[in-house]
Design a protein around this ligand. Structure first.
Ligand code: 5AD
Ligand code: FES
Length: 349
């Protein structure tokens, strides 16, 4: 019964929300089959490859107050830092040496990083390393800003939509933040030619299984090139400190459903997943993920970019991440590649 649904998902990709919901609610019975099919599909399109993205966490300053996030403006206990242009470039130098061919500049919404400053940094990375991709993950900005940064050479942009349900969005964010503007930003990014990443947290407060089913419909309708999902993990200094976190088991199953719904998607096994389960990233890859985003930020600031509690790879072990990850990926039946890892468009005839 559930196998038939998975087979129809692969062949016709026309499941209803009710059918996705049925899979989600009965995932114990179908997770292994879904994972096997998801890996087959991934391998057919990309090979048994895992792409690595070097994450540079620019700034822990943020103007926003998302209820779930540890670097929200109102968190007085958050330690704030911002990286200078020189520091960012030396992260990229180190990353390139280690084999990274994509750099992700991520940060809170921090006015310090003007279009001019970011453009200079992007241009300099591209000048030094023309064979790399630059991804930005800097939240909501104006169309003009997105356009200027694209012009400067940025290739991709990650902006999780956080939830496809407007009422749910309002429970996760203060009224200053709008569901519509988030959606509008994603449309603008796509129209400017960015490879665009959407995504959401699994098990965020007030999320239902119906919401999760609708996330899959949303992804099918909007066709992002990248999808970032990870479990919600409570942060002690936020309004959501006392909520339960999401589970690895649900996150991993959703990774399979996302791969089956968007076969070509670039899909990370996230650090949040590795944080709640020591085998989380391996499980993610074995369920159909094909991206890892290890941290390239200077070790001195890593603990300060704390979106959630107990984040891994922020201490002494940080220097060994690449070796550690190669081993993990091998155990998951894949291999890390030194490659930009662009989205593979369907070859049109
Ligand atoms: N737990 C898990 N993920 C979180 N994010 C922010 N706070 C948390 C948290 N407490 C995610 C959001 C954001 C991305 C950068 O990190 O989805 O878009
Ligand atoms: Fe950082 Fe394993 S990935 S120590």
């Amino acid at each position: 019964m559930y196998k038939t649904l998975i087979d129809r998902l692969i062949k016709e990709n026309n499941l209803t929300a009710a059918e996705y919901l049925m899979l989600i609610e009965n995932r114990d019975e179908i997770r292994d089959y879904a994972a096997k099919k998801a890996c087959e599909l991934r391998n057919k399109i990309y090979g048994k490859k895992v792409f690595i993205r070097g994450l540079i966490e620019l700034s822990s300053y943020c103007r926003n107050n998302c209820y779930y996030c540890g670097i929200r403006a109102l968190n007085k206990n958050a330690e704030r830092y911002r990286l200078t242009k020189e520091e960012i470039l030396s992260c990229a130098d180190e990353g390139y040496r280690l084999g990274f061919r994509t750099f992700v500049m991520q940060g809170g919404e921090d006015g310090y990083y003007t279009d001019e400053l970011l453009s200079e940094i992007i241009r300099e990375i591209k000048r030094r390393y023309p064979d790399t991709a630059v991804t930005l993950s800097l939240g909501e900005r104006s169309y003009e800003s997105y356009r200027a940064l694209k012009e400067a050479g940025a290739d991709r942009y990650l902006l999780r939509h956080e939830t496809a349900n407007k009422e749910h969005y309002a429970k996760l964010h203060p009224k200053e933040m709008s569901f519509e503007n988030r959606q509008e930003c994603l449309r603008q990014l796509k129209s400017l030619g960015y490879q665009t990443g959407a995504g959401f947290m699994v098990g965020s407060p007030y999320q239902t299984n119906e919401d999760l089913a609708r996330e899959l419909i949303y992804l099918r309708e909007t066709q992002p090139e990248m999808v970032g999902i990870g479990p919600f993990i409570p942060h002690k200094d936020t309004p959501f400190a006392d909520f339960e976190g999401g589970t690895a088991e649900m996150t991993v199953f959703l990774l399979s459903l996302i791969r089956l719904t968007l076969p070509r998607v670039l899909l990370p096994a996230t650090t949040a997943l590795g944080t709640i389960d020591p085998m989380g990233r391996e499980k993610g890859i074995m369920a159909g993920a094909n991206v890892l985003m290890p941290n390239l930020s200077p070790v001195s600031v890593r603990k300060k970019y704390e979106l959630y509690d107990n984040k891994i790879c922020t201490g002494e072990e940080a220097a060994q991440c690449i070796g550690c990850l190669s081993e993990r990926v091998k155990n998951a039946g894949c291999e890390i590649v030194k490659d930009k890892g662009d989205f593979k468009n369907e070859i049109r005839r």
